[in-house]
Design a protein around this ligand. Structure first.
Ligand code: PGA
Length: 258
């Protein structure tokens, strides 16, 4: 457990990689490489494409693997004429515990807005799963000194209407867009400072509950930089893209203390 009292959470965002057959191999390898202690120290989540979820549910349940399943997106309605979408209750039935909401790729490539992110977040909470809410600035916003203002604005917009008791399960991920998939990583001090600003919003909205909400850093997290990031008092974990595809690398990230 970190000195903050918050249990670290490290999540793999596979994005559109690994079909269900590869997914089985990767999760099996992860389960061999991670030990009981690792799971006691840190929540481990794998967010595969939708088409892998049913297969991984079966594997995780039958082999009693202590890895949680996450989805990368969802719709906010329970059902309806929404071709191509997947609803929160459908995910819940597949033992999905986390849903990434508002990833920058969804915002930039698939037209998600603060408003749809807010609806999705509320729907995920309503179905008793934990959203992993992503916020982060573009390079342009960073260079013009608007990092903090941007993440504060995104955080407030996404949490609009969410009360303190409902907000407790939320996980946030600060993901500077210029650091995603680029090999450029925010310095630990920088990431810590911006995450501190996000926690400031949570304190303003939710008082003491804010100190229990976990905030991850994401953007080019690798086995070689995770330890220094995790030393920072505000950083409670990581959302890992590229380096999560290889089970050896991802296991090394989860085992950053070892
Ligand atoms: P990356 O992706 O680790 O490949 O930078 C992180 C993410 O997009 O969540």
């Amino acid at each position: 457990m970190a000195t903050s009292g918050r249990k670290p959470i490290i999540a793999a965002n596979w994005k559109m990689h690994h079909d269900h057959l590869v997914a089985i191999q990767v999760v099996q390898k992860l389960s061999y490489r991670l030990e009981k202690d690792d799971h006691e120290e840190c929540d481990v989540v794998v967010c595969p494409p939708f088409s892998d979820l049913r297969t991984l549910q079966t594997l995780i349940e039958s082999d009693k693997i202590p890895i949680a399943l996450g989805a990368q997106n969802c719709h906010w309605e329970d059902q309806g004429a929404f071709t191509g979408e997947v609803s929160p209750p459908m995910l819940k039935k597949l033992i999905v515990e986390y849903v990434i909401v508002g990833h920058s790729e969804r915002r930039q490539l698939f037209g998600e807005t603060d408003e749809t992110v807010n609806k999705k977040l509320a729907a995920v909470l309503e179905h008793e799963m934990a959203p992993i809410l992503c916020v982060g600035e573009t390079l342009e916003e960073r260079e013009s000194g608007r990092t903090e203002a941007r993440v504060v604005e995104q955080t407030r917009a996404a949490l609009r209407g969410v009360k303190a008791d409902a907000a407790a399960p939320c996980v946030l991920a600060y993901e500077p867009i210029w650091a995603i998939g680029t090999g450029r990583v925010a310095t630990p001090d920088d990431a810590n400072e911006t995450i501190g600003a996000i926690r400031g919003v949570l304190r303003d909205l939710y008082g003491e509950t804010a100190d229990t909400i976990r905030i991850q850093y994401g953007g080019s997290v690798k086995p070689g930089n995770i330890a220094e990031l995790m030393l920072m008092p505000e950083i409670d974990g990581a959302l890992v893209g590229g380096a999560s595809l290889d089970p050896d690398d991802f296991a090394r990230i989860v085992r950053y203390r070892v």
